[in-house]
Design a protein around this ligand. Structure first.
Ligand SMILES: [Mn+2]
Length: 441
């Protein structure tokens, strides 16, 4: 892949002498960190460019893209090769998603780890390798690549490339409870965090203090320590105390609560990469990806704005969950359909569905389908509670075949967009599919 990167740099250098560059990136954390790494690298390379962050690459959008500039796609594009082949300009793709075909059209330079073996590297990781190849002065961008890695949940097994990236970024890795931010006092994180729901503890001051007492953790004169400051023994005592509460649905669930914490230096402060990733995602979902981008590039004003948006986002999620609690739902034996219409933003409906699927209210195997308006379309998110149950991607696919919706995702979490005029038909079809209890494992 390094050879392909070198070639891309050479080609881009030549082409950019006569044509401006237009960068298009995805709106999640990986896409936004990709865009910030790439734009910083271009700036240091003295290239002229513009940048745009998009939710997804729709066919009509590609058609309308200008042909008098070089088009560069980050963290997306691999699935749109036939449409991009039609463009009468040079296209570069730095992406890790599935390729629409193994044959790369002539006008496209493709950098995608899927072409080179098993190692998966996120968009930001690929952009960092590109930047590092371009100049050794770009080492500082490794921190952003670390945030992108965490954003795309690729931190579970560290491949060789990632070990190098983490080293370049001077990241501190610590094994511990996957509760973020690991940099804040543990009592506050346990009580207020939405990253790990612990019944009786999350949202309860008394429950939190009781748990910390069980774990033998004491307040210091500055208050409770943070996970980042814990000794190995303190960490293990806390994990044991939580495990004894038996909140996990399965041993795998319990295992998922423990892993590597990634502590990075950002704005000259020690930060939890997961927290920064969540903040970037929140800005994007609250329709401010440009603030997230400028925050990633180190702008102090944007940092303040981003923090405000993050707070507002968390309040939005809380309000969405409250709304769902009170609204009328379509409920069956193994499923719940929530049609929030315009009461919940389409950009947070997926997160809301995920939080619900982790809540103790729903037994394993329940399918949660949440819907919200997105202009003239409806965004649909489906989640399976636990591991055992029906393939929700298949369920959605079945329900959308006659409606020409595009389904994406996995067996446990999937989503699609359908046209608003099909709202009624879709919920009815969905209900009849869900009523037929096919699953017998
Ligand atoms: Mn990605």
């Amino acid at each position: 892949m390094l050879e392909q990167i070198k070639l891309a740099i050479e080609n881009l250098d030549n082409l950019s002498k006569t044509k401006p560059i237009k960068v298009i990136s995805h709106n999640d954390t990986d896409g936004i960190t990709s865009a910030s790494i790439f734009s910083r690298a271009l700036q240091r390379w003295n290239k002229r460019f513009s940048i745009e962050i998009v939710k997804n690459l729709e066919k009509d959008y590609i058609k309308e893209l200008p042909e008098d500039c070089i088009l560069i796609f980050l963290d997306l594009g691999s699935g749109s090769l036939p449409e991009l082949a039609e463009k009468k300009t040079e296209v570069f793709i730095l992406d890790h998603h599935e390729l629409a075909s193994r044959e790369i059209p002539k006008n496209i330079t493709m950098i995608n780890p899927q072409l080179y073996g098993k190692e998966n590297i996120s968009g930001a990781g690929i952009c960092y390798l590109f930047a590092k190849q371009l100049s050794s002065g770009n080492y500082d961008l490794a921190t952003l690549a670390t945030i992108g890695m965490v954003g795309d949940q690729m931190e579970k097994e560290l491949t060789k490339t990632y070990q190098e990236i983490l080293q370049d970024a001077d990241v501190t890795i610590k094994k511990g409870l996957l509760l973020y931010p690991a940099t804040r006092p543990i009592d506050k994180v346990l009580e207020y965090s939405s990253s790990l729901y612990i019944p009786g503890i999350t949202g309860s001051f008394a429950g939190t203090i009781a748990l910390l007492r069980d774990a033998g953790l004491q307040k210091t004169q500055h208050g409770y320590k943070s996970l980042a400051e814990f000794t190995e023994e303190e960490m293990s005592n806390l994990i044991t105390a939580i495990m004894l509460r038996k909140i996990h649905k399965s041993p795998e669930d319990a295992e998922k609560m423990v892993g590597n914490l990634y502590l990075i230096k950002f704005f000259n402060k020690l930060e939890d990469a997961r927290e920064i990733s969540a903040l970037i995602n929140a800005c994007s979902r609250m329709d401010s990806p440009e603030i997230a981008l400028s925050f990633c590039l180190g702008n102090k004003e944007s940092r303040k704005k981003a923090e405000k948006i993050y707070l507002n986002y968390k309040q939005n999620i809380a309000a969405a969950l409250r709304y769902i609690n009170e609204m009328e739902k379509i409920e069956g034996k193994n499923y719940t359909i929530i049609n929030a219409q315009d009461k919940i933003k389409d950009t947070i409906i997926g997160t809301t569905a995920s939080i619900m699927s982790h809540s103790p209210l729903y037994p394993e195997g329940t399918i949660i389908i949440a819907m919200a308006y997105n202009q003239d379309k409806i965004k649909v998110s489906a989640r399976l509670v636990g591991k055992k149950g029906r393939n929700v991607r298949e369920v959605l696919t079945k329900a959308t075949v006659p409606l020409k919706g595009e389904v994406g995702g996995h067996p446990g979490a999937a989503g699609c967009l359908i046209s608003k005029e099909h709202e009624q038909t879709f919920t009815q079809t969905l209900q009849s599919i869900l009523e037929v209890d096919l699953v017998k494992i």
